[in-house]
Write a protein of this length. Sequence first.
Length: 161
Amino acid sequence: MPGVSIKPIRTADKDWVKKITKQTFGSKFVYDAGRKKFPHKLPGFVAYDKNERVGLVTFEIMSKECEIVSIESLRPGEGIGSLLLNKVLETARSHGCKRIWLITTNDNLNALRFYQNRGFVLKKIYPGAVTKTRETIKPEIPLIGEGGIPIRDEIELEYRL
């Protein structure tokens, strides 16, 4: 996408990352796969259009695997998410990762479409995981998500490098 640059998250971006995380996930942390993660404490990239922040991705590399913890395009449909994802793929390869994976929820049809169109495959389904998280850790998770779909399950997708 012309005019958009991708830069590593800087200290000056941390408050903005917290704000975006709260808007997207309802709090300053993400909870999936049984772990609480704070995107503002993780490495990642910010997409800029001139001086305006227009996207964000955070990730964690562990044991030759890269987990995408959060990704957000503030201008959907313009290729910003793809640029951010490609930067994570490049980074994971440079660290010798064997796979990239992520967790989304059963209602997030846009994410399921986005990742599968880019070569990710469904790896695991965790039935009732979101329900349990809502009851025990994060009550702010809504009961109903995109398209009126009840939010209950986590879905793991992966991309083999």
